[in-house]
Design a protein around this ligand. Structure first.
Ligand code: HEC
Length: 119
């Protein structure tokens, strides 16, 4: 009886440990968004940039939503991204990547639970 209990405990602890290690190694969706933000946005919007300094926490969630819904295409379709082959920003970033950047920005907005810079 005692052995069985120990085994059960061991199995339980094992499952817990496994659960935690899976949690720790699975990257959050925002990790990809963060990388993408750094790659595709930061170059033009870092500190002191004449284009304006923007990290997720520069705007509140409503402002980011409005930016991606309404302003992004208008403000970036004629901006050439020299770092990624000299095409307009809107043609450089794929819709899938833009969606991740959008999620990351809204998740890290000034009024979110975890305001973020992009490191
Ligand atoms: C190649 C340079 C370049 C890249 C890359 C770039 N931007 Fe911009 N961004 C600009 C310029 C230039 C403006 C100013 C446009 C204007 O004033 O009409 C701007 C404006 C903005 C604004 C202010 C818009 C407004 O008028 O309210 C935000 C927010 C912004 N960018 C966010 C981003 C995000 C997020 C990304 C990545 C998805 C990004 N930018 C990628 C050059 C860039």
């Amino acid at each position: 009886m005692k052995t069985t209990l120990h085994l059960t405990m061991a199995a339980f602890v094992g499952v817990l440990a496994l659960g935690f290690s899976t949690l720790a190694t699975t990257p959050a969706a925002s990790a990809d968004g963060k990388e993408l933000y750094r790659e595709y946005c930061k170059g033009c919007h870092e500190e002191g940039s004449p284009n304006g300094e923007y990290t997720p926490m520069s705007l509140i969630q409503d402002q980011w939503t409005r930016f991606f819904d309404k302003k992004y295409t208008r403000t970036h379709k004629s901006v050439i991204d020299e770092k990624h082959g000299g095409k307009p920003v809107t043609e450089t970033i794929s819709p899938e990547d833009l969606e991740l950047i959008r999620e990351f920005s809204i998740e890290g907005a000034a009024d979110s639970e975890h305001p973020m810079t992009c490191g």
